[in-house]
Design a protein around this ligand. Structure first.
Ligand SMILES: Cc1ncc(COP(=O)(O)O)c(C=O)c1O
Ligand SMILES: N[C@@H](CCCC[NH3+])C(=O)O
Length: 467
C-alpha cells in the first residue's frame, strides 16, 4: 500500500470505510444547517463567517483553539424553549456552559437558571440572575454551598439525600432561614443514552427511588419540616436523549407519586420538574425533536395524568442545557499536521492533528461522542477523504472527531471547526498536559466579545506554589 502526503494533498490508495451512518458528501464545502448555528455561512472566497465575522479574523484576534458562540442563535434557542413551553418554567442548565454574560442572556430572555455548585451559583449571581429564579442541584452539596444558596434566597434547592435534609434543617434553625425545596426522585426509567449520562435508573448516585419508597419518605420529611416548604418533586432521566418515550414514562410516574402524596397527606404539591436531557444533532445521523414537539407531547401526558388521578395540573418546569447552548457554538482549531497511516486490511487512515484536543473537549474520549467538522478558512475543490481529527495530547484516545470527510488537500494552517460544541466542552475542559483552556468569544452583528479569555501559562504556573 503506498500513500504520500505531498504539497498539501493526500494521496491514499484506499482509506478506511467510515461508519454506516456517515455518507460521503457530494460537496465537502457544504455546512449542514442542522449542525451549525443559524448565522454560519460560507462567504465569497469560501471562508466561513459567524454572525458576519470571518473565522480568519476571529482566529487572528483571539488565536486558536477558541470557542465561538453565535449570540443571536443562543438567545433564539432560549426564546424557542420559553415560547414552546409558555406557562411552564424553563430553567437553563448552566452546567452545560455558563459565564456572567450567559447568565445575563438567560435573564434577558426571561428564563430561569439551574446551577449545581456554589461556583455556578456565584457566576449566576454575578451575571445578575435573580436568586428567586435559580434552582440549586447536587448530590453532595456542601454546608457552604447550602448556606450560600439559603442566604441569597435561592428559589429552590433540589434535595438529593437525607443527609442534605439534615444539613438544611440545621442551617435554617441556626440562621432563621426557610428553605424552598423539591425532592429529586428516580423514576426507574432506563434512558436510551450513554451509561454515564443516564440518571433515572436505580443503580446510580442521584435522587430518591420511587420504587423502594425512599422518595415518599424524603417528601414527607420535607413537607412536615418546620424549616422547609416542599414545592414538589424533580426528575431528570439523563442527557442527549432522542426517544421522548423516557420523558413520558417519567412524567407518568412522577404524576402518580404526586397523586399518592396527595392521598396520603391531603396536600397537592404545586410543582413538578421534569429535568433536561433533550438531545441535539452532533452529526447528520442525529434527529432531535423541536421544543414545540417536546412541549406538545409532555403537556398532553401531564394533562392526561392529572385528569386520571383527579389532581390539579402542577406548575411544571424543565431544565434544558445542551439543547440551548450546544448548537450555538463552534470549536475553532488550526490544523498542525496531516498524516496517513496504515490500518488493518490494507487500508489507510488520515489523521488530522489540531491545536486543541481532549483537554477542551473530553466528550469523545469519555462517552464515545460523535462530532462533525469542516475546513472553514477556505473552500476546496479536492475530493472528500475520510479523516480522523485528533488533538495534541500525549494520549492515543485524544480523538475529537472519529470519522469525518474532509477535503483531500487539507493541510497545516487550515482552520478547522467542530460544530455543536457549546455544551459540556469548554465547561468540562481540563489542563491535561499543561494546556491552557481556550477562550470563548461571542459574535453578534459582526462584533466580537470575549466571554472567557484564554488561560495563560502564568495563570497555571501561579497555582504551582513551588513547595
Ligand atoms: C438535574 C439536571 N438538569 C438538567 C440537566 C441538563 O441536561 P441537558 O444539558 O442534557 O439538557 C442535567 C444534566 O444532565 C441535570 O443533571
Ligand atoms: N456532561 C454530559 C452530560 C451530563 C451532564 C449533566 N448531568 C455530556 O457531555 O454529555
Amino acid at each position: 500500500m503506498t500513500h504520500t502526503h505531498v504539497a498539501g494533498s493526500i494521496h491514499a490508495d484506499a482509506t478506511a470505510a467510515g461508519p454506516q451512518w456517515l455518507n460521503r458528501p457530494t460537496d465537502v464545502n457544504e455546512l449542514d444547517p442542522a449542525l451549525w448555528s443559524a448565522s454560519v455561512e460560507r462567504v465569497d472566497g469560501g471562508e466561513v463567517s459567524v454572525a458576519g465575522l470571518g473565522v480568519k479574523e476571529i482566529a487572528e484576534e483571539v488565536g486558536t483553539p477558541a470557542y465561538v458562540v453565535d449570540e443571536a442563535d443562543f438567545r433564539a434557542r432560549a426564546a424557542a424553549f420559553r415560547e414552546a413551553f409558555a406557562g411552564w418554567q424553563v430553567y437553563y442548565a448552566g452546567k452545560s456552559f455558563l459565564t456572567r454574560s450567559v447568565a445575563r442572556w438567560i435573564r434577558e430572555e426571561d428564563l430561569y437558571l439551574d446551577v449545581c455548585s456554589g461556583g455556578e451559583l456565584t457566576v449566576a449571581l454575578a451575571g445578575g440572575m435573580d436568586p428567586a429564579r435559580i434552582g440549586l442541584h447536587g448530590n453532595n452539596k456542601s454546608v457552604d454551598e447550602l448556606a450560600l444558596a439559603l442566604s441569597k434566597g435561592v428559589g429552590r434547592i433540589i434535595v438529593d439525600s437525607l443527609d442534605e435534609i439534615d444539613r438544611i434543617e440545621q442551617l435554617c434553625a441556626a440562621n432563621g432561614w426557610r428553605a424552598r425545596v423539591m425532592v429529586r426522585v428516580t423514576t426507574g426509567v432506563e434512558a436510551h443514552t450513554h451509561e454515564y449520562i443516564a440518571t433515572a435508573h436505580e443503580d446510580q448516585k442521584f435522587g430518591f427511588s420511587i420504587t423502594n419508597g425512599q422518595a415518599m419518605v424524603a417528601m414527607v420529611r420535607c413537607h412536615y419540616s418546620e424549616h422547609m416548604d416542599l414545592l414538589g418533586i424533580h426528575s431528570h432521566i439523563g442527557s442527549q436523549i432522542f426517544d421522548t418515550h423516557g420523558f413520558e414514562v417519567a412524567a407518568r410516574r412522577t404524576m402518580k407519586l404526586l397523586a399518592q402524596f396527595a392521598a396520603a397527606t391531603g396536600t397537592e404539591l404545586p410543582e413538578l420538574d421534569l429535568g433536561g436531557g433533550f438531545g441535539i444533532a452532533y452529526t447528520h445521523a442525529d434527529t432531535p425533536a423541536t421544543p414545540d414537539a417536546l412541549a406538545t407531547s409532555l403537556r398532553e401526558i401531564v394533562e392526561h395524568e392529572a385528569r386520571g388521578y383527579n389532581i390539579a395540573i402542577p406548575q411544571i418546569s424543565i431544565e434544558p442545557g445542551r439543547a440551548i447552548s450546544g448548537p450555538t457554538t463552534m470549536a475553532l482549531y488550526t490544523v498542525g499536521t496531516v498524516k496517513v497511516v496504515d490500518i488493518d486490511g490494507g487500508q489507510n487512515r488520515v489523521y488530522v492533528s489540531v491545536d486543541g484536543g481532549m483537554s477542551d473537549n473530553i466528550r469523545p474520549a469519555l462517552y464515545a461522542a460523535e462530532y462533525s467538522a469542516a475546513v472553514v478558512s477556505r473552500a476546496s475543490r479536492a475530493e472528500p477523504v475520510l479523516c480522523r481529527v485528533v488533538g495534541k495530547h500525549c494520549e492515543g484516545g485524544d480523538i475529537l472527531v472519529r470519522d469525518v470527510f474532509l477535503p483531500a488537500d487539507i493541510a497545516p494552517g487550515d482552520l478547522l471547526a467542530v460544530p455543536a460544541s457549546g455544551a459540556y466542552s469548554r465547561a468540562m475542559a481540563s489542563n491535561y498536559n499543561m494546556l491552557t483552556k481556550p477562550p470563548v468569544v461571542a459574535v453578534r452583528d459582526g462584533e466580537l466579545t470575549t466571554l472567557l479569555r484564554r488561560e495563560s501559562l502564568e495563570d497555571l504556573m501561579s497555582l504551582d506554589v513551588g513547595n
